[in-house]
Design a protein around this ligand. Structure first.
Ligand code: NCD
Length: 431
């Protein structure tokens, strides 16, 4: 402790604005014990405060500071203005967020859960139309964005692939974007070239969401990944600050990990273990950006056996063969496969295993194994389910209706199943 025990405790009481009695109760000690810690050092009755109490008090004070900052920021205007980019209500990169704004979005996703879990309905986006423009393969991102918009009462118009769009006739991004802006109220765009979604966004004033731009970013996926980690951690009684996260697989071309590591970097004192085969390592500029964000430990290895012990989260990814350069070799070797055997060997019962999906289930691909399907540590389907509340929150924010949602909810009129997947483990499902 840089200051004396007395100064430390007095400062904590002042910051928390608590009397001695209430402070003692708050930290769970007898008033008498607190009094002896507050006596001048060297006096006969003075006692040293246990280190565990010091750590606990530090945590309470820091959390309090965070909460008041959060309350202040919530009062400082609509979230969409605070995450705006180039003065526009668009979501192109996780760099638009701070820890406070991310946490606000996660709280909003919590508010969306009764709708996502089919207990309530809302029509706050009635009349609004979403343009889903996907120029690259997608199942969950396209459908979950569409479903999220519909569940808020809007409608969706889709276009998929280059072949069936006018881009096949040589139309520019500028023209496509401007024309679409006349037809729809928001656009989600996925495109194989890095930076292309930002180009779409420059040509319009309607909200644009980056649904993945080549090997660039995938901000909505990272937000739902972070939301998943924090909900799983609440269940397990863990904190994100100080967590140990392993990112495994194709970290070079995988855009989900590019966005996720930057978002996680906004928390405190994380340990990242980056496990990639040679040639597929995380780009250096992203590692440097995260290192600058805070006091994180970042280790890189090519071995699952070395990297996995002690991790709280394993985030596996698919080899992005479609982004390989001419002549580059594909597929992971078997020793890169995250499966039940390695997890049982290296990790504890409360590790969580994530993957943005799709996983490559073909023979020889060695992507995340299906032998974990019945293991409650596998969070991939809970993670995919979280795509709905998080994407609803994104739309509500960008279209400025987030404060209307809570009071707009009505009970559903149909009868949804209690567990949406036949093989869901106990804490899956909707209730
Ligand atoms: C990812 C993507 O498209 O970047 N999937 C997703 O959006 N959930 C990951 C991948 O394609 O491997």
């Amino acid at each position: 402790m840089a200051v004396s025990q007395q100064v430390f405790l007095r400062d904590a009481m002042r910051r928390l604005n608590l009397t001695r009695d209430v402070f003692a109760a708050r930290i769970g000690v007898k008033r008498r014990a607190l009094d002896t810690w507050l006596l001048p050092e060297g006096s006969l009755e003075s006692r040293a405060m246990p280190e565990v109490v010091q750590r606990f008090v530090t945590e309470i004070v820091e959390n309090e500071a965070l909460l008041s900052k959060y309350a202040q920021s919530a009062q400082s205007g609509p979230l969409r203005d605070r995450i705006a980019t180039g003065g526009k209500h668009q979501l192109l990169s996780v760099d638009q967020f701070t820890r406070e704004t991310v946490e606000e979005l996660c709280s909003l996703a919590d508010i969306m859960q009764p709708i996502a879990r089919r207990q309530k309905v809302s029509r706050v986006l009635e009349g609004a139309v979403l343009g889903n423009l996907f120029f690259e393969a997608s199942t969950r991102t396209r459908v979950s964005f569409g479903s999220a918009f519909c569940r808020l009462g809007g409608s969706v118009c889709d276009t998929t692939g280059f072949t069936f769009s006018s881009m096949a006739k040589g139309e520019s991004i500028y023209d496509t974007s401007r024309v679409m802006s006349g037809y729809v109220d928001a656009m989600v765009i996925r495109h194989p070239e890095q930076g292309s979604v930002a180009e779409f966004a420059r040509a319009t004033n309607i909200p644009v969401v980056n649904g993945g731009d080549g090997a660039g970013e995938h901000p909505s996926q990272a937000l739902l990944d972070l939301y998943t980690i924090s909900t799983e951690f609440s269940r397990l009684g863990k904190l994100l600050d100080g967590a140990h996260i392993a990112l495994v697989g194709d970290l070079k071309y995988g855009r989900t990990v590019h966005s996720l590591i930057k978002l996680l970097g906004m928390y405190r004192g994380l340990k990242f273990t980056l496990i990639a085969p040679p040639g597929l390592e995380m780009p250096e500029h992203i590692v440097e950006q995260v290192a600058k964000q805070g006091k994180h430990v970042i280790e890189q290895t090519t071995s699952l056996e070395k990297g996995l012990p002690g991790v709280d989260v394993i985030y596996a990814t698919r080899v992005q063969k479609e982004r390989f350069e001419e002549g580059q070799d594909g597929s992971f070797t078997a020793d890169f496969q995250v499966n039940k055997a390695i997890i049982d060997r290296c990790c504890g019962p409360d590790v969580i295993v994530m993957h943005p999906l799709p996983r490559d289930s073909r023979e020889g691909a060695h992507d995340l194994s299906v032998d974990l399907n019945h293991d409650p540590r596998l969070a991939i389907f809970r993670q995919a389910d979280n795509g709905i509340p998080v994407r609803m929150a994104i739309f509500a924010v960008l279209l400025g209706v987030e404060t209307l949602v809570q009071h707009s909810m009505r009970d559903v009129t149909w009868d949804p199943p209690s567990h949406i997947g036949p093989e869901d483990a106990v804490f899956h499902g909707m209730y």
